[in-house]
Design a protein around this ligand. Structure first.
Ligand SMILES: Nc1nc2c(ncn2[C@@H]2O[C@H](COP(=O)(O)OP(=O)(O)OP(=O)(O)O)[C@@H](O)[C@H]2O)c(=O)[nH]1
Ligand SMILES: [Mg+2]
Length: 272
């Protein structure tokens, strides 16, 4: 479980501050749900599985609360997940530039260490808060709850969450987002959806990034998409390049449509 990869770390910082309360560190999903197998009848192993189940149930409670808060405020929240260096922050910066203030937005950045990504987002003109997970390799819903309190989110806005670069653990943790968006860059190899299926199954949209590099690589974009659809036939795909701007219009329209839906749902709730 997380003890083997450093999840469950208590050295978390949210906006540079230690969180006020953490009701136990969060861990991986239980064996039954796919990420790690703990099938042994060994009592110690069974205890670990039970602890993992409890922790994930606790995460789901916080995620539910986040989702209710976001829905009540008409906020469209996205959880960007990928391996390190796929281009998440670059894409966010380009998205902020392209929206040019037309849509109120805020960003939550997740990394084990450094404020680098939050600084890049602030330099692009958007409010951002950095979560440092220490040895932890994913964001959890309680971290997001606390970060949202510090961010002072605007009604009918967009919340972009950049998860820690990791194609495994963030798949198991619901943060209360509307969608997970998985970014796969063309330098990573076509087979990532087959090797890390949980992540591609958990996502609703895949951004195939760095497409400007395709002429220089032996990367079969069609095959990557085929593999992604093999694990998740409903996965939407946008081929994009944060560098050249290819696919940005489609991505921005996807965001705008989601924001419109969030506002309409909020209004419908108020009428009922
Ligand atoms: N050619 C090309 N390079 C890109 C593109 N998007 C990002 N990059 C480069 O990829 C590298 C990593 O980009 P980041 O935006 O920091 O990636 P990230 O996913 O945020 O990385 P972590 O937060 O560390 O996981 C940088 O050198 C970017 O300039 C793209 O569309 N095309
Ligand atoms: Mg980043």
């Amino acid at each position: 479980m997380c003890a083997t990869c450093g999840c469950g770390s208590r050295d978390v910082l949210i906006g540079g501050k230690r969180p006020a309360r953490r009701g136990g560190a969060l861990a991986f999903r239980a064996s039954g749900s796919g990420t790690h197998a703990h099938d042994s009848a060994n009592p110690a192993q069974l205890r670990i599985v039970q602890v993992e189940r409890d922790l994930l149930a606790k995460n789901d409670e916080h995620a539910g609360a986040n989702r209710r808060q976001l829905a009540g405020q008409g906020i469209f929240a996205l959880n960007l997940v990928s391996s390190p260096g796929s281009g998440k922050t670059t894409l966010l910066v380009k998205t902020i530039d392209a929206l040019n203030g037309a849509l109120p937005l805020a960003v939550i950045e997740g990394d084990q260490q450094t404020e680098n990504d939050a600084a890049r987002i602030r330099a692009a003109g958007a409010p951002a808060i950095q979560i440092n997970t220490g040895r932890g390799c994913h964001l959890d819903a309680q971290m997001i709850e606390q970060a949202m309190q510090q961010l002072d989110l605007r009604e009918d806005s967009l919340l972009l969450i950049e998860n820690v670069g990791n194609l495994v653990c963030p798949a198991s943790f619901d943060l209360g987002e509307a969608h997970k968006v998985v970014i796969l860059s063309v330098t990573e190899g076509e087979d990532k959806p087959l090797k890390y299926p949980d992540m591609f199954r958990a996502a609703d949209l895949m951004l195939l990034n760095k497409c400007d590099l395709l002429p220089y690589l032996e990367f079969d974009a069609g095959l990557a998409v085929e593999y992604a659809h093999r694990v998740n036939p409903d996965l939407q795909v946008i081929r994009i390049s944060a560098k050249s701007g290819e696919g940005m219009a489609e991505w921005l329209e996807w965001i705008r449509a989601g924001c419109r839906k969030a506002v309409i749902s909020k209004l419908a709730e108020h009428v009922e």
